[in-house]
Design a protein around this ligand. Structure first.
Ligand code: URA
Length: 308
């Protein structure tokens, strides 16, 4: 697997002409918040033509804080997502995302890693402590467990693109000591970050999305998703533009051949839940069983492609 390594250079240009409209009226860049931690990072790392020196596309409308508030869009990564370019462009732009307040305390954005040709996109909740420090998803204990389970299920790591529903680490500092304790992202933070996930999925266009845990499931399928009820089922793949807006609550699952032909989502528990479980063995077996469902779809897809 090609994993991005090292700290991603900060990409601070916040312009608008290149940003996805996301189904709402075109809008300009958000006013650059004055809470940026370092004025030194404001020099553009990547230069593209047709951007004014103020970092805006000519004619772009600036969205002021008050107009953003009025539109209820205070938390929204959408204006930071470039419409053009591949995964490297997205990754660079994501390094400068200030679409919600989580960027302030996190070390860096942890963008997805893997090939744009990946057959499966694995979506976690948010980076953990180690991922935040290293700038790579799934490199901590939960990631190691996940990789082991993928291998056991017969899913090759190099066929996977790893990412998270939320791209910044949310934490609180332990009462005593300096340990950073994971805090679950809110629905608002998850929704704000969804444009990045949609952009990644659009670029990779996988055959299967594996959602790990409730936050990932809700990010992909919508707030009615319940991991306890829907894990291990083959759920219809949502359109990338409607990510998080399926109503999968009553879905029973689709047949393997249909899933292989049209794409599907498989949900399972988060590997951290396995690490926390009283009965780790049983929780791991459950994770493995759901991953094997995904592996079967990938096998069926490969057979279908070979027969064509
Ligand atoms: N947990 C996640 O959901 N994602 C990571 O990248 C690491 C731990």
């Amino acid at each position: 697997m090609t994993v991005h390594s090292g700290r991603v250079p900060e990409f601070s240009r916040i312009n608008s002409g290149d940003f996805a409209a996301r189904g709402r009226p075109p809008q300009g860049a958000p006013a650059r918040p004055d809470y940026r931690r370092s004025a030194g990072v404001l020099g553009a790392q990547e230069r593209e033509p047709a951007v004014t020196r103020e970092g805006r596309r000519p004619g772009a409308r600036t969205v002021t804080t008050s107009s953003k508030k009025a539109a209820g869009q205070d938390y929204d990564a959408g204006p930071f997502v470039p419409q053009r370019g591949g995964l490297p462009t997205l990754r660079r732009a994501a390094a400068g995302c200030e679409g919600c307040p989580l960027f302030r305390d996190a070390t860096q954005t942890v963008f997805g890693a893997g090939a744009s040709s990946a057959r499966i996109v694995i979506v976690g909740e948010q980076p953990g402590d180690q991922e935040d420090r290293r700038g790579e998803p799934f490199v901590g204990p939960a990631g190691r467990l996940l990789r082991e389970a993928l291998g056991e299920a017969g899913i090759e790591e190099r066929s996977a693109y790893f990412t998270n529903a939320v791209k910044h680490f949310k934490f609180e500092i332990a009462a005593r000591g300096k340990r950073r304790i994971h805090k679950a992202p809110s629905l608002r933070e998850m929704s704000a970050c969804r444009p990045w996930l949609a952009a990644e999925l659009r670029k990779v266009d996988p055959e299967l999305v594996m959602a790990l845990g409730a936050t990932a499931g809700k990010a992909v399928l919508g707030t009615s998703f319940k991991v306890s009820q829907q894990r291990g089922l083959l759920l219809p793949m949502p359109a990338w533009d409607a990510l998080g807006h399926s109503d999968a609550s009553g879905a029973d699952g689709i047949p393997v051949r249909e899933a292989a032909a049209h794409g599907c989502v498989v949900a399972t528990i988060h590997p951290s839940a396995v690490l926390r479980a009283d009965d780790r063995e049983a929780a791991y077996r459950g994770l493995l069983s759901d991953l094997r469902v995904a592996a079967e779809v990938l096998r069926s897809g490969a057979e279908r492609a070979a027969a064509d």
